[in-house]
Unconditional design. Structure first.
Length: 241
């Protein structure tokens, strides 16, 4: 009995000594990690992201990608409304998570439609594609940070410049010219809606040769874009224009 207590005491003592030895390095790593994440978020408040993991991986796979940054003021407002109507109609109303959409998705037994533009921007800019719990946890932690550090307009500006619209085609500038031969400022409502309609699966659908499903989806987006213009849910990124 005494020997068992002695062994337990030694084991407990070793554990305490190990924790004391590791506590400071672990705390240092945690502080540096949090600081790095905060700096990365603050940096992109004023600096345009030069690339993303997805863009780099596609460039390595394809040899090159088509992408050119464009300021949000140089994009047709109808395209901005179309993207929001298609991906996150309550973008101007929430703080990064659409609770109503999450509840509806859970009730349906699916995660479809629950991810906000803010969450998608975090994923596209800082993280990798996929459905792992680790990525989702990082996304959930970083989404409130960009909501605090960036304006809604900045979030949308970055999103439309890093989103993939076709294989190797990233951002609205490249997408508008790739599909329709025009600049993003000249997109018509129908063209804007079709571009927004392919966002969930850009490698599967085409905005230039849309099937019946994309045509129907684009028609819904057209209505949604006009609805959020009228009811004010586009004011945070277009000023009501």
């Amino acid at each position: 009995m005494a020997k068992a207590k002695t062994k337990k005491a030694k084991k407990d003592g070793f554990g305490k000594r190990l924790w004391r030895r590791l506590r400071r390095p672990l705390l240092r790593v945690a502080v540096w990690t949090v600081s790095f994440v905060i700096l990365a978020v603050l940096a992109y408040r004023i600096i345009d992201p030069p690339t993303t993991w997805t863009i780099r991986s596609e460039k390595a796979r394809l040899g090159q990608v088509d992408r050119e940054w464009v300021e949000i003021e140089e994009v047709a407002p109808v395209f901005l409304r179309s993207v929001v109507a298609a991906e996150d109609a309550n973008f101007c109303l929430h703080w990064g998570f659409d609770v109503a959409a999450i509840k509806a998705a859970l009730a349906e037994g699916s995660g479809r439609g629950a991810s906000t533009l803010s969450q998608q921007t975090v994923k596209n800019v800082y993280l990798w594609q996929g459905r792992s719990w680790g990525r989702k946890a990082l996304e959930a932690m970083m989404t409130p940070l960009i909501e605090l550090a960036w304006t809604k307009k900045r979030i949308l500006e970055i999103y439309i410049n890093v989103a993939e619209f076709d294989e190797g085609v990233f951002g609205v500038e490249a997408a508008a010219r790739h599909y329709f031969g025009v600049g993003p400022e000249a997109l018509t409502p129908v063209q804007a809606a079709r571009l927004a309609a392919v966002l969930p699966s850009p490698k599967r659908y085409s905005a230039k040769r849309p099937g019946e499903g994309i045509r129907a989806r684009a028609a819904q987006i057209l209505d949604g874009a006009e609805t959020i213009r009228r009811d004010g849910r586009a004011a945070c990124f277009t000023g009501g224009a």
